[in-house]
Design a protein around this ligand. Structure first.
Ligand SMILES: Nc1ncnc2c1ncn2[C@@H]1O[C@H](COP(=O)(O)OS(=O)(=O)O)[C@@H](OP(=O)(O)O)[C@H]1O
Ligand SMILES: Nc1ncnc2c1ncn2[C@@H]1O[C@H](COP(=O)(O)OP(=O)(O)O)[C@@H](O)[C@H]1O
Length: 205
């Protein structure tokens, strides 16, 4: 629902297609979703670097970082996570309109919230990347020692422990970081982008 009256969408003299043409590639969102510690940020950042090395500009929106700024008034209740993802979806949509290949790394545990973002974007503009690393592996990594805290009851509502993670039904890409090294995951994403025509050249679909 929009609260403001008397507002009008301002159209631009440069279209999204023209911005994409200038950039030399399609714009879209690679939406990484998965448990804390599954590898979302690591893969997204490595993909950004690999794309940069190929002369393709992209930008990573990262969970923790967004919570320091735009979303600093949000916590981890179900309602706050939904609002977190809604805002990120709107930001990602603006990035796509700007002609940018955008990578997002948020747990985004609720299927309905992810589907809302998909619905915000045009066909092909939302690429869901399910980082399907088993909970046991994420917990063993425990990069930030948050699983240990959650197990001790020092954090409540922690995803995978006492808060839900709803797995995607039809992700465009699925990656299990416990089964393959980082370079293979990065390549999996790059090959998807190449084969589906996002980077220019031949399209498989
Ligand atoms: N309760 C609880 N549950 C899950 N995660 C928690 C929690 N509290 C803090 N953290 C840290 O916050 C990071 C997840 O933030 P996100 O914005 O991606 O979460 S969400 O999409 O809104 O669910 C997550 O970072 P990542 O490990 O990068 O996923 C955690 O470090
Ligand atoms: N094959 C792999 N692919 C990606 N990350 C891996 C792999 N093996 C170990 N890791 C480690 O797992 C951790 C994943 O953390 P991170 O990328 O921050 O996850 P998330 O963003 O999903 O919370 C990193 O410390 C990374 O070095």
């Amino acid at each position: 629902m929009i609260k403001s009256d008397h507002i009008t969408w301002q159209t631009s003299q440069v279209s999204k297609q023209e911005r994409q043409q200038l950039a030399g590639h399609q714009s879209a969102v690679l939406w990484f979703t998965g448990l804390s510690g599954s590898g979302k940020s690591t893969i997204a950042n490595a993909v950004e670097k690999a794309l940069y090395d190929q002369g393709v500009g992209s930008y990573v929106l990262d969970g923790d970082n967004m919570r320091f700024g735009l979303n600093k008034n949000l916590g981890f209740s179900a309602a706050d996570r939904t609002e977190n993802i809604r805002r990120i979806g709107e930001v990602a949509k603006l990035f796509v309109d700007a002609g940018t290949l955008t990578l997002t790394a948020f747990i985004s545990p609720y299927r309905a919230d992810r589907d809302q973002v998909r619905a915000l974007l045009a066909d092909r503009e939302f690429i869901e990347v399910f980082v399907d690393t088993p909970l046991a592996v994420c917990e063993q990594r425990d990069v930030k020692q948050l699983y240990a805290k959650a197990r001790r009851g020092e954090i409540t509502g922690f995803t995978g422990i006492d808060a839900p993670y709803e797995v995607p039904n039809n992700p465009e890409i699925t990656i299990d970081t416990s089964a393959q090294p980082l370079e293979v995951s990065v390549n999996q994403v790059l090959v998807y982008l190449q084969n589906h025509g996002y980077l220019g050249g031949r399209r498989d679909d």
